[in-house]
Design a protein around this ligand. Structure first.
Ligand code: UD1
Ligand code: MG
Length: 447
């Protein structure tokens, strides 16, 4: 088999995004915790694209920083003269590239590697291809006019279209694939003789035709090519993304009684036979192993949950929480940067931060790891099988040995050896009859 043709992509992201009414560039707004641009980059990578150039406006330094952090190059479009002009701005950045080039709008968070791969397969047939789709409401999308043999005749922008052309339901999704060197030759022949006085990327296929190259069409589903231009569309994209993840996880064998109340991040990993109760939120970086149960109203971020563990209801797992097999993290328990051993339990009202909890340890209600003195974070180590009495304050750095017990209400400031009992609270005294005598005295005073 011949080696796969090398692939590069241009992501168009220099638009002003005015309708977002935001100080943040549109492509950095997030869906499922990942910027729109990150979704597009991810889909391109999944389709085997090695090099990506993000076209940005001069003011888009934050976009260039993000692109760099994601391993992409960037180019600057000095003036927004249209999508064709924007794509041509990536020419220098790709001067040494030969192979297949994708050109994709930067605001399509639901695009997938498979959809892009379809565009690439269509491109392999003729040398040029685009993604089209049939939206429920074609609105102001560019209309796709076909030749009798099913290739592209031309794309007509809504503002330039006649009434008959506006009646066409097939629309341009904003994703194209072409031979890189030919593409940049074609963009040099663009003009701005149209309603918006812009250099339209959509005129490239007509130029290619004069070069004897037909544009093939790959048809995408509406969801995958949905664009985001406003906050309402951003919320709509979030809904569609969540819906897609929920369906996938249900199909993969995850139980959710009320999937529409569970929110996932772009990278949430959940194995089969996990149960997720209603109203659970996953922020980025969470994995949950088979057989675990995530109970209602829990919030998880940057955490891993092993098989058979039970989280919540009302638990919070923060970054670095590593919950062992069969462990229980109950209501109003917060875990941060802490490893909770196999079968350990912290069932109520507890903060475990910067801690290591051994297998089978029991953490009583109201236990707090005092991990922070305002300057440094210190570690608490709790041994296997230890029993931390209710309302224990563990002043870190501190170690509780295997099998040790701390008495309820203790403030533990020194290490406790294995199998010992540590009591660090005021001893109890009792004054017989004192309460009654007190009441009697007060009653007399009142008369
Ligand atoms: C474009 C297509 C239209 C298609 C639609 C799909 C053109 C001329 N029209 O229209 O056929 O149906 O996308 O969503 O291409 N951008 C730049 N520099 C510019 C202008 C735009 O980088 O000078 C970027 C934007 O940031 C955006 C993308 O190009 O990511 C598309 O631009 P936009 O103005 O949204 O094009 P549409 O009018 O939606
Ligand atoms: Mg648009």
């Amino acid at each position: 088999m011949a080696p796969a043709m090398s692939k590069a992509a241009i992501i168009l992201a220099a638009g002003a995004g005015t309708r977002m009414k935001s100080a943040l560039p549109k492509v950095l707004h997030k869906v499922a915790g990942l910027p729109l641009l990150g979704h597009v980059i991810g889909a391109l990578r999944a389709a085997g694209v090695e090099r990506i150039v993000v076209v940005t406006s001069p003011a888009g330094q934050v976009v260039r920083d993000y692109a760099k952090a994601m391993g992409c190059d960037s180019a600057i479009q000095d003036q927004q003269l249209g999508t064709g002009h924007a794509a041509a701005c990536a020419r220098d950045a790709l001067a040494d590239f030969s192979g297949t080039l994708l050109i994709v709008n930067g605001d399509m968070p639901l695009v997938t590697g498979e959809i892009i791969a379809e565009c690439l397969r269509a491109q392999a047939r003729t040398g040029l291809a685009m993604l089209a789709f049939e939206p429920a409401d074609p609105a102001s999308y560019g209309r796709v006019l076909l030749t009798p043999d099913g290739f592209l005749n031309r794309i007509v922008e809504y503002k330039d279209a006649s009434d008959a052309e506006r009646g066409v339901s097939l629309c341009n999704a904003g994703c194209y694939a072409a031979d890189a060197q030919k593409f940049f030759q074609w963009t040099q022949l663009l003009n701005n003789d149209n309603a918006q006085k812009e250099y339209y990327l959509t005129d490239v296929p007509s130029i290619a035709r004069t070069d004897g190259i037909k544009c093939a069409i790959a048809v995408a589903d509406e969801v995958s090519v949905t664009g985001v231009n406003s906050r309402a569309e951003l919320a709509g994209a979030e809904r569609m993304f969540q819906d897609r993840v929920r369906k996938r996880l249900l199909a993969d064998g995850v139980t959710m009684a009320s999937p529409e109340t569970v929110f996932f991040a772009h990278d949430t990993m959940v194995e089969n036979d996990v149960e997720i109760e209603p109203f659970v939120v996953f922020a980025a970086g969470v994995s949950v192993k088979t057989g675990a149960r995530i109970r209602s109203h829990s919030h998880l971020e940057g955490a891993s949950v092993a098989s058979g563990a039970i989280i919540g209801p009302f638990a919070r797992l923060r970054p670095g929480a590593v919950i062992g097999e069969g462990a229980h993290i109950g209501n109003f328990v917060e875990v941060k940067n802490a490893v909770i051993g196999t079968g350990a339990k912290a069932n109520h009202l507890t903060y475990l931060g910067d801690a290591r909890v051994g297998a089978g340890a029991n953490i009583g209600a109201g236990t707090i790891t005092c991990n922070y003195d305002g300057f440094t974070k210190s570690i608490t180590e709790i041994g296997a099988g230890a029993f931390i009495g209710s309302d224990t304050a563990l002043v870190a750095p501190v170690k509780i040995g295997d099998g040790a017990i701390t008495a309820a209400g203790s403030v533990i400031t020194q290490d406790v050896e294995a199998d010992a009992l540590a009591i660090a609270r005021g001893p109890q005294t009792q004054k017989a009859g004192w309460a009654k005598a007190f009441r009697d005295k007060k009653k007399l005073e009142k008369k």
